[in-house]
Design a protein around this ligand. Structure first.
Ligand code: CA
Length: 225
């Protein structure tokens, strides 16, 4: 899952990027409203953290422009404690959630997980595909209740596929949602990771749809489509 962090305070920006990367997300950052508007309008983020007090273009305006352009990623706004009217303006502009500064990184992470899974149509933090379970809180996966040892890249790939279980996901979509913009993106690496994942969770769980991409399915459904 890929996250955009928009924050003009350099310390907080660094802290957020570090915390999110530690939690296994690909993270891009923007330090002002102009950069934010550009990145949010051109890259496919799974969730966006948007500070409202920004140089160049303020956060509410950025959010309004994104929504006017049809940008659908869930957005969590960061507001100052005493600025209740900012929250109202933020929600009216299309925000999905908010946090008041200062906040605990753990709370931010929990709120972002909730936003991403709701955007993908899941009510629970545990994503289930047949007997495969992907725990988005602990970053662990289980087959038939048994923990599977995955590297962080394998987990990122599996988590994205599990959020979109049953859907065909192209290699380029996987690359865009698993790596940040600075990563040297080679879609061949996706093939390698899919191969490794198949060895660990069972080859028939990740279906290759020729010319289109991959689909995470329960094993009993393999070959049915
Ligand atoms: Ca600010």
């Amino acid at each position: 899952m890929r996250v955009l962090v928009v924050e003009d305070d350099a310390d907080l920006r660094r802290q957020l990027k570090g915390g999110l990367e530690e939690a296994g997300y690909a993270v891009d950052v923007a330090a002002d409203g102009e950069e934010a508007e550009f990145l949010g309008g051109s890259e496919p983020y799974d969730v966006i953290v948007l500070d409202l007090g920004l140089p160049k273009v303020d956060g509410v305006t950025v959010l309004e422009r994104w929504r006017d352009d049809g940008m659908e990623a869930p957005v969590l706004i960061l507001t100052a404690r005493d600025r209740w009217s900012e929250k109202v303006a933020g929600f009216d502009a299309g925000a999905d959630d908010y946090l008041t500064k200062p906040f605990h990184t753990e709370e931010l992470l929990a709120r972002l997980r909730a936003l991403m899974r709701r955007a993908a149509g899941h009510a629970s933090a545990m994503l289930e595909v047949g007997d495969l379970s992907v725990d988005t809180r602990s970053a662990r996966a289980f087959v038939d209740g048994e923990a599977i040892k995955l590297t962080s890249h394998e987990f990122k790939l599996l988590r994205y596929l599990a959020h979109h279980a049953g859907e065909v996901i192209s290699r380029s979509e996987l690359v865009e949602h698993i790596y940040d913009q600075d990563f040297d993106r080679d879609s061949n690496t996706i093939e390698v990771f899919v191969g490794r994942l198949r060895k660990k969770i069972g080859a028939d769980r990740i279906e290759t749809v020729r010319g289109l991409g991959y689909r995470l399915i329960p094993p009993e459904a393999a070959g049915a489509a």
